[in-house]
Design a protein around this ligand. Structure first.
Ligand code: ZN
Length: 364
């Protein structure tokens, strides 16, 4: 087992391409080909967490927050971030982070909180734009099925609860092979007309390589013709925040009491009660105040997120109840997601959840 085998499992769940442009998710310290003898899962990499990895004899740390975020210009041990890098390298420990990429998938950070609260009818609160591509290719009639199936197998044409989605229209194509060509059909230096079918499918950009390669591999032509077009449609399965519903309406106070129990916290910051019943719930684990207007527009009764500033609480404007249980508190279950996805693929592998509480905020 090498680092890449483990990180591939994480990335098949939360592709790195889904991270935000400001982020630094991925392998941060160490080599992807290093042999791994165990994994330690945490929210933040601290010196104590690296010590824990050393004592557990695990040499791969997977965290939610990237240890290196703004970039390092010196590694002299001047601050904790640099000391962590030095300690990890000295002890042959690799460090990997899955950050906004695991925020942006439906079953990710917010999906896990929604599981704990028991939300149904879930959708992404702010779907990501510019994520979908359309592939159109032109295939001789007798080979259509083979090419179409190869595209489907690579993940093309999967939309929400449907897969194998395509549009197919018959026509004919023309081409003239020159003397150096090896045409599948037709004669050299003669214009050929062939009955063809145009297959159109859509898929997210992060599987572009596998879909296009699969299409080219199964296509009988020496030079398959195809169009790859970036769509402006939003992709409903990835993006920021989550929206869901509780099975039964709940009193605001009761809901917050239940939320405190779920998150195992003794205090929660919130705006004034509006006398509404809680039905629709918007969630964004970590800093999510930028999604407040999306939550209001979506008709959510409550928006659960963290890192709200004083003035941002005013923006609830009696339209929604804002509840801020804290950054660490809303992301605490992320370690469980890592654990579950690795265990599912490698049930006997040594995977540990860190016992260190890395929350830098303490309530008296
Ligand atoms: Zn966070």
């Amino acid at each position: 087992m090498v680092v890449k085998d483990i990180t591939n499992i994480i990335e098949s769940f939360a592709p790195l391409a889904l991270q935000e442009s400001y982020d630094n998710a991925g392998l941060l310290v160490g080599s992807s080909s290093m042999e791994v003898n165990g994994v330690l899962l945490c929210l933040d990499v601290t010196e104590e967490v690296i010590d824990e990895a050393i004592s557990l004899k695990t040499n791969l740390i997977i965290s939610h927050h990237p240890l290196i975020f703004d970039g390092l210009k010196k590694i002299t041990g001047h601050n904790a971030e640099q000391r962590c890098v030095i300690k990890a390298i000295k002890n042959d420990i690799a460090i990997y982070a899955a950050h906004t990429n695991i925020d942006n998938v439906l079953e990710g950070v917010n999906g896990k909180i929604a599981d704990k609260i028991g939300l149904i009818n879930r959708s992404i609160l702010q779907p990501k734009h510019g994520t979908l591509l359309k592939l159109a290719t032109f295939v001789p009639k007798l080979h259509v099925q083979r090419v179409r199936e190869a595209i489907f197998e690579a993940g093309g044409g999967a939309v929400g609860n449907y897969d194998a989605c395509s549009f197919n229209v018959e026509g004919y194509g023309s081409f003239r092979p020159n003397s150096n060509a090896h045409p599948f059909v037709g004669d050299l230096n003669k214009v050929h007309y062939e009955d063809e079918v145009k297959i159109e499918v859509i898929f997210p950009y992060f599987i572009q390589e596998q879909v296009v390669n699969s299409m080219i591999k199964s296509h009988p032509y020496e030079e398959p013709a195809f169009d790859l077009i970036l769509l402006n449609n939003s992709y409903k399965e990835v993006g920021a925040g989550i929206l869901g519903e509780v099975a039964e309406h709940e009193d605001e106070r009761k809901f917050l009491d239940r939320l405190k129990k779920v998150l195992n916290i003794s205090v929660i910051r919130h705006t004034k009660f509006l006398g509404n019943k809680i039905k629709k719930v918007a969630i964004c684990g970590g800093a999510g105040s930028f999604l407040l207007s999306d939550a209001i527009i979506a008709g959510a009764d409550i928006f659960i997120s963290a890192d709200f500033k004083y003035h941002e609480f005013f923006k609830a404007e009696n339209k929604i109840l804002i509840a801020d249980p804290g950054h660490f508190e809303t992301e605490q279950f992320t370690k469980e997601i890592f654990y579950e996805i690795i265990q599912k693929k490698l049930p006997t592998f040594a995977v540990h959840i860190s016992k260190i509480n890395t929350n830098p905020i303490i309530y008296l």
